[in-house]
Design a protein around this ligand. Structure first.
Ligand SMILES: [Zn+2]
Length: 118
């Protein structure tokens, strides 16, 4: 991977990170606001609890994505970006274009999915 490609991925990862972090802080704010309405009736409270759980769930997923992006940025820093964590082979530019923060090549990802079906 040449320097230009790495810079391109760096920019994309940073943009993705900003998007996610921005979303997360908005959601956290909304989630907080949901619990702050003292004038709600019981039905509203139940609906708000469900909404809050949904928001917290989204928060978890976003936090995990953020960590993956941070890890990818660190790999870029250490010149290990673009290599599969499982087999050490190059992940390939085509796959990285779609998933810049992935740590597995397409083969290892397929094996992982077979072992841990969701
Ligand atoms: Zn691999």
């Amino acid at each position: 991977m040449d320097r230009e490609q790495k810079e391109e991925f760096f920019r994309r990862l940073l943009a993705q990170r900003r998007e996610l972090a921005g979303d997360a802080s908005t959601r956290t704010h909304d989630g907080f606001a949901l619990g702050q309405d003292g004038a709600q009736d019981v039905g509203d409270a139940a609906a708000n609890t469900a909404a809050r759980q949904l928001l917290l769930g989204l928060g978890d997923r976003e936090r995990r994505q953020l960590r993956e992006i941070d890890d990818a940025l660190e790999r870029l820093d250490h010149d290990t970006f673009g290599f599969c964590e499982a087999c050490g082979e190059e992940i390939g530019a085509a796959r990285l274009q779609i998933l810049p923060h992935t740590v597995l090549c397409v083969d290892c990802k397929a094996i992982e999915e077979q072992q841990n079906p969701r």
